[in-house]
Design a protein around this ligand. Sequence first.
Ligand code: PLP
Length: 360
Amino acid sequence: MKRIDNFNAGPSALPLSVLERVREELVDYQGTGMSVMEMSHRSAAYEAIHDAAEAKLRRLLNVPDDFRVLFLQGGASLQFAMLPMNFLGREETALYVLTGAWSEKAAQEAVRFGRVVVDDQAKDEGYTDVPTQLKRPEDVDLRYVHVTSNNTIYGTQWRELPTADSPLVIDMSSDILSRPVDWTNVGLVYAGAQKNLGPSGVTVVLVRDSFLAGANGDVPTMLGYPTHAKQRSLYNTPPTFAIYIMGLVLDWIEEQGGVEGIAARNREKAGLLYRVIDDHPDFYLGHAKERARSDMNVTFRLSDDELSARFLAEAAKREFVGVKGHRSVGGCRVSLYNAISVESAARFATFMDDFVRAHR
Ligand code: PLP
């Protein structure tokens, strides 16, 4: 069997033990004589999987009791529209903090439904940073403040979430479960599963009851959060197989010492690569300002384009996968989501060190 150092930005590596367990249970799930894929979503066996996944997520992330946990479809991209459709009236205003391409996309969808004001401080900096303090217009009531906790494409991350006087709505697609969450100001969190939680196909939404209570009742049934909250994400057929695998990933996170354990490991992994970048500042040019560096996506370029191309070619030859930067930024991006081992990150750091020595 071959397993490769997979630094893809998403979908991304899953823990090997999870994949092996899926293989073991693929055709006969725990003596039921069928695959989870073949089970009725109304069966006791599936409901146990569904409820356990929710309970594990609540436990690991310390989700307060006044939050509903939803398992939806359509990816984070559908959340960009579903959120304002439910929570932003024509005459209401939301603040979108622009920290990268995904937050811009979220803001563009919101414009269809209500008023949008933007904090574009990070945009002005070429998305190398996140704001230290939010910029918001005076004398406007904000329905919510939308932030992207980790900017997958640019490799920046909020070390601490901003404080705001309106509920925070957070796109955590690329760092959910990588570290603990301070729930104090949060109204809603959403995340596509395919980076830290499991395979694509399920989108997790965590929404506070008091925020949910303000949802617009006049939206298509499937696009209303209350539909899914009332029916525990079983209004229609949920993505059962993806939820099952997510449950196994959550077990694995528990085994790693929970979110605290995972967070320490993530810091260590990213630190290995940032150390090489800092040791050779004229050779590797990190994209993110130090204070906003992401533990999930390490982005950098080499001192010239030709050298960048050689680096990528050499990385591919060594079978490091997914290292090319996003087409809008160029350079390199190494994604170090939860399932990436310290050893895998260390192998890449050594490769970076060796490459400097060979090409300096
Ligand atoms: N938001 C962030 C921060 C992302 O990184 C991504 C995908 O990479 C998305 C949203 C879009 O997610 P999806 O493909 O699930 O729609």
